[in-house]
Design a binder for this molecule. Structure first.
Ligand code: PLP
Length: 436
């Protein structure tokens, strides 16, 4: 680590500047990946689990029948948004292509949390079922819909701490399988997310504190209950591998769209970051799928830039230490301390991080709705300033130079990961629009 450079970047965080920080320590992925505690086999294991459970998911959630119970989101070209934001263009010809990876449309949970959260619930259900004699031989997974399996799950609790969307994902899947489900919500959680969970028979415990405290409360409560399973968003490899499956899914989507990704046609991906599990898992999955041709940037609200701070200063502190408030309209990103586990996985994989003012979230959300008719929540808009940040000189220009991409911007495919929002009630969405 270069102390003085890091001190300067931390000072910019403290001053609440919108800026792009480039990771100085990013060797080729073939050097980094073998040293990590998770591997390609772990991603394959998660993908296989999604496949095994697909018939059961199709039975429980009719909206997934079209895809045979596979929960996936579309990759959507957004040329009108690209033209409108002008962020790609200095002379009117927007170089590169802009796509949205529309995880806000993921069925069941309506956010990126559908990947990781549902995967962890499936891991636990499978383990518990096997330990009790279910799923022997080639018994189909739909056996878990039967009375006996549901009675087993009904005697067990799945719990989680959340700013909203992880709770929606875990709570919905756990309750659908018959588990008792408890979600510990931080003060940031939106009322409509709590209402939706209660309507899905999930117990919602409201905390007046921030996300880390809600997680701790949930972890402590579950530790006292021998039949409780706690999904620990700050430390979970099961969440992480579930998120990582997105890498090979995106690879398949580009292949079927006939879009090449290679050294000459790199992929730049911009992902909103809270505790780091979702963007970290995706970054890890993309590194396995695309190697050095994928360049991942994480986007954080000015007041909650915990991942950038963690990468600069280590993962023991939080954003309050440098005078930030962790108050943001991006409820899904309102996290003061990043996951040390996720941080450790991506320290040498992530290309960079950037900070975003809340007002931009609403502006870009409104622009996306007007140009492409897509409805996302504020957190999910954090990636949109990314391409302009990379192109606007300074750190970004150095990065393009260092990767031999100066003057080749037209060959870059940009993907903004829109991480949530399709479940927001219309009156809620109209309020977002009004602010944009
Ligand atoms: C949770 C969330 C993220 C970020 O995921 P983390 O694992 O917390 O980093 C991004 N966008 C939305 C909408 C989310 O709910």
């Amino acid at each position: 680590m270069n102390e003085s450079i890091n001190t300067a970047a931390i000072e910019r965080l403290r001053r609440r500047e919108e800026f792009l920080w480039i990771n100085p320590d990013r060797p080729p992925v073939r050097e980094t990946l073998p040293a990590l505690p998770l591997s390609r086999a772990d991603i394959a294991d998660a993908a296989d689990r999604f496949t095994r459970f697909a018939p059961l998911i199709a039975a429980l959630f009719p909206e997934t029948r079209e895809t045979g119970g596979i929960i996936e989101s579309p990759l959507i070209p957004v040329p009108k948004m690209q033209a409108a934001c002008g962020s790609f263009s200095r002379r009117g010809v927007p170089p590169g292509r802009l796509y949205v990876k529309a995880d806000h449309l993921l069925p069941v949970a309506g956010s990126v949390k559908a990947r990781g959260g549902i995967h962890e619930v499936l891991c636990h259900a499978e383990e518990l079922a096997r330990a009790h004699g279910f799923l022997r031989g080639d018994e189909p997974y739909t056996a878990l819909l039967g009375k006996d399996a549901r009675a087993l799950f009904g005697a067990h609790t799945v719990s989680v701490g959340s700013t909203g969307n992880l709770g929606l994902s875990i709570g919905t899947m756990a309750a659908a399988l018959g588990f008792r489900a408890t979600v510990h919500m931080s003060a940031d959680a939106k009322a409509w997310k709590k209402d939706l969970l209660r309507a899905r028979s999930v117990t919602v415990v409201e905390h007046a504190s921030d996300y880390s405290a809600a997680v701790k409360a949930g972890r402590d409560e579950a530790a006292r209950d021998g039949n409780a399973y706690f999904v620990d968003d700050e430390n979970s490899s099961r969440l992480f591998t579930g998120y990582a499956v997105a890498g090979e899914r995106l690879e398949a989507q580009f292949a079927s769209a006939g879009v090449r990704v290679d050294g000459e046609h790199p992929l730049f991906v911009y992902i909103p970051c809270g505790v780091g599990g979702a963007p970290g898992g995706i970054c890890f999955g993309l590194a396995h799928a695309f190697g050095d041709d994928a360049h991942c940037f994480f986007a954080e609200p000015l007041e909650s830039a915990c991942m950038m701070l963690g990468l600069l200063a280590g993962f023991s502190g939080d954003v309050y230490d440098i005078g930030l408030t962790n108050m943001t309209a991006a409820d899904g990103l309102a996290v003061g301390r990043a996951s040390a586990f996720a941080g450790g996985m991506i320290t040498r994989l992530v290309a960079g991080c950037f900070t975003v003012d809340d007002s931009r979230l609403f502006r870009d959300l409104a622009l996306l709705y007007r140009t492409e008719n897509l409805r996302i929540e504020p957190s999910a808009a954090a990636g949109f300033p990314g391409p302009a940040m990379v192109r606007s000189g300074g750190e970004g220009a150095n990065y393009l130079d260092a990767h031999g991409l100066a003057g080749k911007e037209a060959q870059i495919t940009h993907v903004i990961w829109t991480t949530g929002g399709s479940l927001a009630p219309i009156h809620e969405f109209e309020r977002y629009l009004a602010r944009g």
